[in-house]
Design a protein around this ligand. Structure first.
Ligand SMILES: Nc1ncnc2c1ncn2[C@@H]1O[C@H](COP(=O)(O)OP(=O)(O)OP(=O)(O)O)[C@@H](O)[C@H]1O
Length: 238
């Protein structure tokens, strides 16, 4: 499985955020997306998920020897600030989600089985989402991907709100999920990126480029990324 991004352009007014950005992401890997504030990481995710239209370029999915344009159903998107129905309990929401996606269910798991996979306790499952912490909301959002299994999963700075224990659990989950998916997550935490990712991609001046994998676990890793992203001008002003 491969996600192919070809020459994506996106601008807001006269501000060019993505400039002919191209990259190829392979299934079975976790990619970390690094970029300075305002570099366009969220914009790229919005374009991939169909949330925002692109001004140019295309996004293709290669699966079982066939290549086609991606659809919204191919992409699962974990927002940094999840939007969930606060008036339902986690359990009610997952039940509702399973009901409306009956024809797309890709799991043998029961509702409780899904919660167990995410290490959410009985008490948490039956609590109103309104009372969930930020990290629990992220977990609930990720749980939905166990149900529909979209091939591409995008996570916009998902682990920053987790305490160390939950972050560890999430890392385990992501490593498990990567087998059948293409996982891309944006982060500002270099340590997390080098811990969790198989590949690192940098978004800088609207273009995507790979960080050489031999750098990922080297002592020079942090400095190399800083050098890649450092510029006379701040990314916001590019
Ligand atoms: N709807 C919009 N209208 C106008 N400008 C926008 C819009 N959305 C994003 N931008 C601009 O596009 C640029 C990229 O923003 P984006 O949120 O994609 O960056 P980011 O890399 O996710 O940043 P951060 O790391 O701070 O979250 C920014 O300069 C932002 O102000």
């Amino acid at each position: 499985m491969r996600l192919i991004i070809e020459n994506i352009d996106k601008q807001f007014g006269d501000k060019q955020v993505l400039r002919s950005a191209s990259f190829s992401f392979d299934g079975g890997k976790i990619y970390g997306l690094l970029g300075r504030n305002g570099a366009g990481k969220t914009t790229l995710f919005d374009c991939l998920s169909g949330e925002k239209g692109m001004d140019g370029g295309q996004v293709l999915l290669e699966e079982n020897g066939r290549t086609r344009k991606i659809t919204e159903q191919d992409v699962g998107y974990v927002y940094s600030l999840p939007i969930l129905p606060e008036f339902l309990t986690g359990y009610e929401f997952v039940k509702f989600f399973m009901d409306i996606n009956k024809d797309k269910l890709q799991t043998e798991l029961t509702i409780d089985g899904c919660f167990e996979m995410m290490s959410m306790t009985e008490e948490e499952r039956h609590r109103l989402i309104k009372g969930y912490s930020h990290g629990m909301k992220n977990k609930l959002q990720m749980l939905l991907f166990l149900i529909t299994k979209p091939p591409i999963i995008l996570l916009d700075e998902p682990l920053t709100s987790f305490d160390v224990i939950v972050a560890l659990e999430m890392k385990r989950m992501l490593k498990e999920l990567k087998k059948d998916h293409i996982l891309i997550f944006s982060t500002h935490i270099l340590q997390l990126a080098s811990d969790l990712c198989d590949e690192l991609v940098v978004l800088h001046k609207g273009e995507l480029s790979a960080v050489p994998s031999e750098l990922l676990h080297s002592a020079e890793f942090e400095q190399s990324v800083i050098n890649l992203l450092k510029d006379d001008e701040h990314a916001e002003n590019v």
